[in-house]
Design a protein around this ligand. Structure first.
Ligand code: ASP
Ligand code: MG
Length: 416
């Protein structure tokens, strides 16, 4: 007997018929003798609908109320799924985040999980009941309902798996695993049987939308065995086959096989670049430029400061396209005059393409292949950033798909 966590995304919960299929799958696992915790998302499109309702009443809804509204989507899901399980004759009990409780800090709409008290759910599991727990939500110290950020049900599932020391966490989604690149862009993209947690972390934060980044951090920190797999397969398929399907997240130290050098290509379409031109090259300048931007809760991604010429330099960085206008306003309104910059210019039509692989640690030549491939396609690189296991380039959005396809081919990712 094992303790298993299942997480089902919005598409998997998208209709009553799909919820029934989810219940059939869970009941099959339960019948095989496992203790089960299940974390569903809201039904597909529901969270967007709820947020639109809020914004239709107020242009700037109060964050606490926004979370109150957004959290209801998952509450409907846990109730429906519990009913569907009971209809199959298995005992199930639904829990809102505050009933577990899943304790978070008080940052509405981006709350972080601080602690999970497992006592109540543990009693259910020991009595053979399936615990159906709302994803995406928690409760803060002052008993307010909080949410964990879009896609946060992944994080709920992984945090619960970590807190309960679950044997495995299965993330059921509308794709059948993690691919070498987005299959909608690259026909030859291939499903990976395994991916290391570090690569997954890069993939998630570099634009692959399979898992929320925070959830991968939990999996890595607590070494949760995590598998990403399809919820759209036959729910009654043999358990042994299901346990081998999808993509398994592994830990680098456990790898016995020779590593491939590059595992995948990720992309982030909606980026924007901002350059502050001719700023004095003095201590504190980065802080003076980026401080006000960060204070407006705008995430800054790539940063480049050029070599200074005659004491002045250019400072360039990227933000999400949705934050572009706000960031430009902040810089033009006060920062520019304050630091005596000549000009603030920007381009909201750029994308980031990244090559990822833990094998880069021990192999040279990845950068050369990447830059040669882009050069051959006539694609201009605007910015570059690297870590030990990835190289990212910023390019014109027009060439994003071309770049992903060309790199996929150059690194021979279609071959298993
Ligand atoms: N329902 C939430 C969202 O749409 C959380 C999730 O699906 O993971 O972002
Ligand atoms: Mg998701």
């Amino acid at each position: 007997m094992a303790l298993i966590v299942h997480k089902y995304g919005g598409t998997s919960m998208g209709s009553v018929e799909r919820i029934r299929n989810v219940a059939r799958r869970i009941a099959k696992w339960h019948r095989a003798g496992h203790q089960m915790m299940v974390v569903p998302s809201a039904m597909a499109g529901e969270t967007n609908r709820l947020l639109e309702l809020a914004f239709s009443i107020s242009a700037q809804p109060e964050p606490r109320e926004l979370d109150m509204i957004a959290a209801t989507g998952e509450q409907v899901s846990i109730g429906l799924l519990s009913l569907a399980l009971k209809a199959l004759g298995v005992c199930a009990c639904s829990y809102a985040g505050w009933q577990v409780p899943i304790k978070t800090d008080g940052t509405f709409s981006k709350a972080r999980i601080i602690e999970i008290d497992g006592a109540r759910v543990r009693r259910d599991l020991e009595a053979g009941r399936i615990a159906v727990i709302a994803g995406f939500q928690g409760v803060d110290d002052a008993n307010n309902i909080t949410t964990l950020g879009r896609g946060g049900s992944d994080t709920s599932a992984l945090a619960l798996a970590a807190a309960f020391a679950a044997d495995e966490c299965l993330i059921y989604t509308d794709v059948d695993g993690v691919y070498t690149a987005d299959p909608r862009i690259v026909d030859q993209a291939r499903r990976l049987e395994c991916i290391t947690c570090e690569e997954m972390l890069e993939m998630a934060s570099l634009g692959s939308k399979v898992l929320q980044t925070r959830s991968v951090e939990f999996a890595g920190k607590y070494r949760v065995k995590t598998r990403v797999l399809s919820s759209l397969s036959d729910p009654l398929m043999p358990l042994e086959d299901e346990m081998r399907s999808g993509t398994l997240m592994t830990f680098e130290e456990d790898q016995t096989m020779e590593q491939v050098v590059v595992s995948g290509i990720a992309h982030q379409r909606d980026e924007a670049r901002i350059a502050v031109l001719s700023v004095p090259d003095t201590p504190g300048i980065a802080y003076q430029i980026l401080g006000p931007v960060a204070r407006a809760h705008i995430d800054i991604d790539m940063i480049v400061q050029n070599q200074s010429v005659e004491g002045r330099t250019d400072f360039t960085f990227t933000v999400a396209r949705s934050d572009y206008a706000r960031a430009m306003d902040i810089l033009n309104a006060s920062v520019k005059a304050q630091i005596g910059a000549r000009q603030v210019i920007g381009d909201p039509q750029v994308s980031k393409v990244s090559v990822i692989g833990v094998g880069m640690r021990s192999h040279v030549g990845v950068a050369r292949t990447m830059f040669r491939t882009l050069a051959e396609e006539g694609i201009n690189i605007q910015m570059i950033s690297t870590s030990e296991i990835k190289i990212s380039v910023l390019i014109d959005e027009k060439y994003m798909e071309l770049a992903v396809r060309a790199l996929h081919k150059a690194f021979e990712l279609e071959r298993g």
